[in-house]
Design a protein. Sequence first.
Length: 320
Amino acid sequence: MGPHKTGSSYIQKVFSDNRSLLREHGLEYPDQFCHIGGHHQLFEHFKAGGESPEYLKFCDEIKSLNEDIFLSSERFSKIKPGILKEALSPFQSYRVKIIYHYRTPSVRFYSNWKESIKQGRCESFGEAISRDFIRPFLSRQLNSMYSINSYSDTFGKENLIILDAESGMKNGTTATDLLSAIECNAGLVELEEDVNASFPVEVIELLRQLNAMHICDGHRPSSVVRERFFERSVDSHATTKELIELISSVHHLDITLGNTPVDKFVYEKLLEDYPGQLANSLTAPQVIRVKVPRNNWIWRSSSLGYAAKALESIYKMVES
């Protein structure tokens, strides 16, 4: 179920690479509706209640295999549990279990913000936190208990599995922990590669500025800027390297994450309300320090003029 930035892309990569092995152990990871390893193309079908002929045909084909079925997409977490349950009604003869990947809320929030820039947004981290951290316990981005309680109420507490993503990331057991939770004995080998790797914050800031320019030109936010940035080797251009060095040299905001009241609240509520649903050891909130470039770096007297011209030059390379 995700949510985003909890190791879901990694799991999808491992499972899509090992479909045959999983099938040998009674677990079907369908290749239909699959994109970049996950079942992201099922999102629209689920969101619409699962009534399309294409989706119903898929259900009949999968059920005919008479195997356990595993579906994965972080996009599923954006669907209201009631609608999701309705969309899964063709599988009423199955016991549907929800696997929720948990990560320290404020740390995941920061990773989500960086991911939003990779996908074409241009909101600064300061703008993002001002929206959600002003009332963190009412924020569905920060207070994970909204989603967890809703899944529990809709599908039943006995059908909810909670995996600590940070424990899997730290120990290199992300896929192994999941298979153990669903009682599948397939001996998958964990990947050494980093799937959907995070970018340095200086690169994120540069992409954020390029995204803003792209949007101001009348385009919708999308990953096209980031894709062209790397496909056209703009990232290795001398001007790009110089600008990244400039961003790195300016004064940053030093922010501590992982020790906020909502982080502690969610951690304690999981231990108190869902001890039987925790499939692996729940680690204490992960405390990290992050640096974010100040929004006015481009207007500093030492960089004024050069930074704007460099951005314009890089943007032309991206758009050409």
